[in-house]
Write a protein that binds this ligand. Structure first.
Ligand code: FAD
Length: 288
């Protein structure tokens, strides 16, 4: 329960942070809220020799509108996402999702950047980012590049982040006014990771689904974008038969582990149940 020894660094700018990461090499890790990394260090599943604390970098904080997008700094906490009026007005699924992450103590420190950069399939925000079509801003010594969230996740704890890079911000296109949304999460108790969860964002025009995007949490080694399931619903009235087909399409792309949250086939079925519930709630909110 006691982490190995490490040196602590507190850069004041992104340039200083990526400089430190480049100079210190593989044994250095960024530290954000510490609510995934420190437990891993205590279990000796991670033993970085250098921690580069991003908390002193003001540029990594904040939520702002930028044209048709909202840009959220990586060090913005989950608590700040819950309290943002801008997000409540423009992308309310982010508040809904933040509210079911862990408990208030974790949310006070846990950051959006840490949640999406970690690569833990149990984290809630990545599937929501796939659903929303978000883009991640990554900065290394060579400059900034942008990677679609849908291309970022490559395996459990394995992402498109290159050594020496930090995620500085998440850019999210604002869904159309009047869109429906829902994040449905099955968990064993308050504060738990998902047994299965589903994010839905959809728009409805003249009673028919005009667009629909679905993300799935913790039912594979990576978060999943259920592209086919979303496509099946376009043009429908969300009638029972079409929803059933979409649920089956979403279940078909899952490959959960059997673990303390249940056997694999149960978790796959629960993913389908979460999709159906999220579709129903999103539909109500879209005023369909
Ligand atoms: C009891 C408990 C329950 C929890 N339940 C949930 C839950 O239900 N749902 C959920 O989603 N999460 C849950 N979490 C995890 C929590 O949300 C974490 O805070 C979050 O996943 C990681 O964010 P962090 O800021 O703490 O990152 P850290 O722990 O500091 O970092 C996590 C990893 O990401 C890397 N990293 C962090 N920031 C960056 C960056 N900007 N650029 C590049 N790499 C970076 C770090 O090097 C590290 O490898 C839980 C945690 C605890 C302790």
């Amino acid at each position: 329960m006691i982490p190995g020894s490490f040196a602590y660094h507190r850069p004041k700018s992104v340039a200083e942070a990526v400089g430190l990461l480049a100079d210190l090499g593989e044994e250095a890790r960024p530290l954000a809220g510490g609510h995934s990394l420190i437990p891993m260090m205590k279990l000796r599943l991670a033993s970085p020799e250098h921690l580069i604390d991003l908390a002193g970098i003001g540029d990594l904080k904040g939520i702002r509108a930028d044209g048709g997008d909202v840009v959220i700094g990586a060090m913005t906490t989950q608590h700040e996402l819950c309290g943002s009026e801008l997000l409540a007005a423009k992308i309310p699924i982010l508040r809904e999702t933040s509210q079911v992450i862990a408990d208030p103590q974790v949310r006070y420190l846990g950051t959006l950047g840490g949640n999406v950069a970690n690569g833990d399939p149990g984290n809630d925000m990545p599937a929501v980012m796939l659903c929303l079509g978000a883009t991640y801003h990554l900065t290394g010594k060579g400059g900034e590049r942008r990677v679609a969230a849908r291309e970022f996740y490559q395996g459990a704890y394995f992402t498109a982040l290159e050594p020496g890079e930090i995620l500085t911000a998440v850019r999210i296109p604002v869904p159309p006014i009047g869109h429906g949304y829902a994040y449905e999460k099955l968990k064993r108790k308050v504060g738990d990771y998902a047994t299965a969860a589903a994010a839905v964002v959809l728009t409805v025009s003249r009673g028919q689904v005009a667009a629909c995007s679905i993300g799935l949490t913790n039912v594979s080694e990576t978060p999943l974008w259920a592209e086919e399931a979303g496509k099946l619903l376009v043009g429908s009235t969300l009638d029972a038969a079409t929803v059933k087909k979409a649920v089956a399409a979403a279940e078909a792309i899952t490959s959960p582990a059997s673990d303390a949250r249940g056997p694999a086939h149960y978790r796959t079925k629960m993913a389908g149940v979460m999709v159906a519930r999220a579709l129903a709630r999103a539909r109500t909110r879209a005023g369909a």
